[in-house]
Design a protein around this ligand. Sequence first.
Ligand code: OSB
Ligand code: MG
Length: 366
Amino acid sequence: MIKGFELRRIAMPLVSPFRTSFGVELDRDVLLVRAVTDTAEGWGECVAMSAPLYSSEYVAGAAEVIKRFLIPALAGVPDADPRRTEAPFAKIKGHPMAKAAVQTALLDAWLREHGLPLAAHLGAERDRVPAGVSVGIMDSIPQLLAAVEGYLAEGYLRIKLKIEPGWDVAPVRAVRERFGDILLQVDANTAYTLADARHLAKLDPFDLLLIEQPLPEDDVRGHAELARQVRTPICLDESITSARAAADAIALGATSVVNIKPGRVGGYLEARRVHDVCAANGIGVWVGGMLETGIGRAANVALAALPGCVLPGDTSASDRYFRRDVTDPFVLDGGHLAVPTGPGIGVTPDPDALREVTTATEWIHV
Ligand code: OSB
Ligand code: MG
């Protein structure tokens, strides 16, 4: 029986500002969800940002949707089996990040009750995953080169550069010339249009693994056209809102590799289906990130251990984001993160660390 949920807001200062084409993030305002059943507890992290700039969701809106619509929709659901959330949540349109947070808290509780680690439950085959790092837009190329040099020295196996018009070919060229044959890719977060195809083709000589989401979220056909005009493989992030959207994008030739984010698709069950539909079509996937704390990171690392994850993810170590994480920190070991082995997501927040960063808590009965 599900008793209720604690919604907890925490303020997590980032170790350095993270600038993208849609804005700059200095502190993460994170919503954590704790599910309480009569036999277990579980945690989920909502990946919505403080403002609706990456997608339409934002953290205060997600908290509202969870309180007003998602938790009430669970009345009468007999246990924490996360599959039971799918039909009631499907009736509520949109809000995948809010849904994912609640479903993951239940999934964690349910797996803990059954003594099952999330990685094993999802079908993971690895006990560690290669780590990449997403590097924000900087004020200057020397500043970018210093940041990349630091990450490579720490052992990161793949570098992703955030790009936007005015910060694309020059930084890519500088990083390629300085660091040679590293695994390198870029992410535009929808900052271009199809009219920029000829400009984006100037990235072709740099042998990038992929260019992530150059065009708007709903411009799937534009990505298919762009794919015919550039050699760099196209990877969709924002556009892949479900397994069905993934199947459509693949059928159109709009994506040759896919970034999976459970928050963007409504949870780990749907994320697993995105993985499966891509694998069935010979499309590789990798696990993205939304600057998560150790709670969200633990579950992402479990997902990244699935066999279809063919590239290093944006699953970086805790210290790339925060001075102090709310869980035991994820640390790089030879460029890899260990997949948690405990039941559920395999980590729990440290009560003292949590108390230090909590700005509000609320208990909601089912
Ligand atoms: O587009 O992948 C993205 C962070 C916030 C919102 C969107 C994105 C990102 C990242 C950071 O690239 C990935 C990470 O290190 O968590
Ligand atoms: Mg992205």
